[in-house]
Write a protein that binds this ligand. Structure first.
Ligand code: NAD
Length: 351
């Protein structure tokens, strides 16, 4: 029995999580697996119900779970909240010590046409970001000093141990892929990047992988110019945040990409997109990123690569049949739950 804490969150979060749980239900029956699902408040909805985006009640549910599924948080309603929903997310990642964010850029063949980047029909983009998630500028010292010329600051700092643990994750992951790691930094300017590069090189010596380095500005260009050159991209927190969103356009829609945030304890699985308040409650949300996040959970936390592959292939087949949500320019446009019906039908027809 696997215990899963489910945080639906805000905006389209509840819609896509509900669909992914329908898929999980089907998986439970088909693969004879047992899941115990416990919902907990998180994000803006938790502020409304419990006065805090990451309440103690939610912490307790997480403590008793094996893995966590999250929809998305945030929205205009909580823009001026004392503690914003997004702060709850940073606290959750820190609470789990989930320092490693894995973001595969999955480019399904039927979606190649949807990318604004002209992609080669005969080649496949297959990049996986390994992003440091609990350090760097998002967690560094910050403040604002009111004066005649008021200034504000955010400090980017990394320690040797932080770089060591994230770089080893990237090298380990690359061993199950093409054994190539590109480490992104700005070591021509930043001291923190100089340390980053030095430690990445030092840790690479224990691995039989090809390591190269790229300045972040060049990486931003190369991702669009020649995305085929990359296998694993290793980055700090802020560079990974920006570059992985940029790379999401290669997949055709931000709605199709999943992520896993892992550390020493249990892991958190969520799509890479936000709460999309502009389309919330209209059945327009693409559930694929959330469903693939469930698939990543089954593989990474419960060791079922076979089930991951089953879900992945069923999604690709459904897209090939021409079924999509409104963000995908496919033959048949479905609502969020209609699309999931199609996916489950495809699964049922798969031997
Ligand atoms: P967003 O990712 O929510 O939306 C960007 C665009 O992509 C929008 O046009 C949206 O409609 C579209 N989109 C996103 N997900 C989609 C899906 N599954 N299907 C179809 N279209 C989709 O980013 P944003 O608008 O910058 O942020 C909205 C809110 O989400 C903000 O409050 C932000 O802070 C929050 N946010 C949360 C997370 C998270 O919970 N992990 C991540 C990013 C942003």
């Amino acid at each position: 029995m696997y215990k899963i804490a489910v945080l639906k969150g805000d905006g389209i979060g509840p819609e896509i999580v509900d669909e992914s749980l329908r898929v999980l239900d089907y998986i439970a029956t088909r693969f004879e697996m047992e899941f115990e699902i416990t919902e907990a408040n998180f994000g803006g909805s938790a502020i409304d119900k419990e006065g805090h985006p990451f309440p103690v009640t939610t912490q307790k549910i997480i403590d008793q779970s094996d893995a966590i599924l999250l929809g998305a948080v945030g929205g205009p309603k909580w823009e001026n909240a004392a503690i914003r929903p997004e702060k709850g997310l940073l606290s959750l990642r820190k609470y789990l010590n989930a320092y490693c964010n894995i973001r595969p850029i999955i480019c399904f063949d039927p979606l190649k046409e949807m990318s604004p980047i002209k992609l080669d029909q005969d080649r496949k983009v297959d990049i996986c970001f390994v992003r440091e998630l609990t350090g760097g500028i998002y967690f560094g010292k910050k403040g604002i000093k009111e004066s005649e010329d008021t200034y504000a600051y955010d400090v980017e700092a990394y320690s040797v141990s932080e770089v060591k643990r994230i770089s080893r994750r990237a090298f380990d992951l690359s061993l199950s892929r093409d054994k190539r790691v590109t480490s992104v930094d700005k070591s021509n300017v930043l001291e923190s990047s100089k340390l980053w590069r030095r430690e990445v090189i030092s840790n690479s010596k224990d691995y039989d992988v090809v390591l190269d380095h790229m300045y972040v500005d060049n990486a931003a260009m190369q991702l669009i110019k020649n995305p085929y050159q990359f296998d694993v991209i290793l980055t700090n927190n802020i560079f990974g945040d920006i570059l992985s969103d940029e790379a999401s356009v290669l997949a055709g829609s931000i709605g199709v990409l999943p992520s896993a945030s892992v550390g020493d304890k249990k892991a958190l699985y969520e799509p890479i997109h936000g709460s999309a308040p502009d389309i919330a409650g209209q059945g327009k949300a693409n559930p694929i990123g959330m469903i693939l996040s469930v698939a990543m959970m089954l593989d990474n936390s419960f060791n079922r690569k076979d089930v991951y592959n089953f879900i992945y292939e069923a999604i690709e087949k459904t897209l090939k049949l021409g079924y999509g949500t409104i963000d995908l320019n496919l033959k048949y446009i479905h609502t969020t739950s209609e699309w999931t019906n199609q996916l489950i039908e495809t699964m049922e027809k798969t031997e």
